[in-house]
Design a protein around this ligand. Structure first.
Ligand code: PLP
Length: 396
């Protein structure tokens, strides 16, 4: 039996949404580690392949555990349909490539997760799909980049790592006015703090690796949209190219969803306090945090986000040396390029996640030698504050 009530609030949907209970009546979701499915009769197999009878055919197409994860994500996002993928990048690549063909044009915000930028800037042109990267914070830049063959807009907000915020409703309205579609990578805001579909976006993608798992265990991704777009664009691409999520990882992510609201709430609360603390420190040049009134796009944050995010970006005075010293002096906060984990993690983007960009491209994104990105975890807030304070002191 599948429970999929539309009027559930997020916390209820995340515990019960999409549950597909077997004849054994298990409480926790079952993990269906199977590649294939058997049929009572040859006629039943024929009917299933014809689509005349519901049911599973092959786990590259669909699997009961993966299906539960997709339905639960739909309930949370308010989307009609979804496809879960093996990683966030598989979700982004599928969402973009299934929507365009040679001769089409993509406009994307230049502040993108490194691999997303590679897909748009390097991979797509190999197949005759041109892309223009713009400073996404000004709608005029999107308008200027539009060409007669523009079919797709792509953005991330808040961006990685500098937490720039793009006006999703404005870009969606522009996309609608020219018959294009907008894809939003909503990883940094999480499905709880920002609802791109409600803001007019057509397709939302996640790296479920981040807050959705939230405990550093497995990779995963998901593409959500209306049923028509999925049927007409993603369905065949997905079946025949096989970016499918494994049932084992889908099960892990289902368990992650149950606690997502609690974790994101706690991590955001800690992030807000740490951001405020950092803003008062003489060794810190600049704090960028969507939950603060001094965020460069605070007005847009207010319009489209319901929380301040679990991530903080800071510029440390003294460049790379000072940033490294601060990272090395931290005790609880671990040095890692990942984010959205129960463990607090700190990254130096210029030498890790964004090392492949030119100095100029990094400067355009506001990533300097002293820039650090902090992903706030589930540790006690006071312990985290104390750790940051002692590290600042030690790094002086
Ligand atoms: C991590 C991340 C991705 C890629 O996800 P993977 O699961 O690592 O493939 C894409 N976009 C953003 C914003 C991310 O943070």
């Amino acid at each position: 039996m599948s429970s999929n009530k539309r009027n559930w609030k997020p916390q209820t949907a995340l515990v019960h949404g999409g549950t597909l209970r077997s004849q054994f009546g298990e409480t926790s979701e079952a993990m269906y580690l199977t590649q294939g499915y058997v049929y009572e009769t040859a006629q039943a197999a024929e009917a299933r392949f014809k689509g005349e009878e519901p049911g599973f055919i092959y786990s590259r197409y669909a699997n009961p555990t993966v299906d539960m994860f997709e339905k639960r994500m739909c309930a949370l996002e308010g989307a009609e349909d979804a496809r879960a993928t093996a990683s966030g990048m598989a979700a982004v690549t599928a969402a973009l490539l299934c929507s365009v063909k040679a001769g089409d044009h993509i406009v994307a915000a230049r502040a993108l997760f490194g691999s997303c930028r590679w897909v748009v800037e390097t991979l797509a042109p190999r197949y005759g799909i041109e892309a223009t990267l713009v400073d996404g914070t000004d709608i005029a830049n999107w308008e200027k980049a539009v060409r007669p063959n523009t079919k797709l807009f792509f953005l991330e907000s808040p961006t990685n790592p500098t937490l720039e915020v793009v006006d999703i409703a404005a870009v969606a309205a522009l996309a609608n006015s020219i018959g294009a579609r907008l894809v939003v990578d909503n990883v940094f805001a999480t499905p709880l703090q920002q609802k791109p579909l409600q803001l007019g976006a057509h397709i939302v993608v996640y790296s479920a690796t981040k807050h959705i798992d939230g405990q550093g265990r497995c990779l995963g991704g998901v593409v959500l949209s209306d049923k028509k777009w999925i049927d007409e664009n993603l369905h065949d691409y997905f079946r025949h190219t096989g970016p499918s999520l494994s049932p084992f990882n889908a099960w892990t992510l289902l368990k992650g969803l149950e606690t997502l609201p609690l974790r994101v709430r706690q991590q955001t609360e800690s992030a807000g306090r740490i951001a405020d603390f950092l803003a008062g420190q003489p060794q810190i040049d600049r704090v960028i945090y969507p939950g603060r009134a001094d965020h460069p796009q605070a007005d847009i944050v207010k319009k489209q986000m319901s929380g301040g995010s679990t991530l903080i970006c800071v510029d440390v005075k003294g460049g790379k040396q000072a940033a490294f010293a601060l990272q090395n002096a931290l005790d609880i906060v671990l040095i890692s390029n990942n984010l959205g984990d129960a463990k607090s993690l700190i990254t130096h983007p210029a030498t890790t996640t964004h090392k492949n960009l030119s100095d100029e491209a990094r400067a355009e994104l506001g990533i300097g030698p002293g820039t650090l990105r902090l992903s706030v975890g589930l540790e006690d807030t006071d312990d985290l504050l104390e750790d940051v304070a002692q590290a600042l002191k030690a790094a002086k």
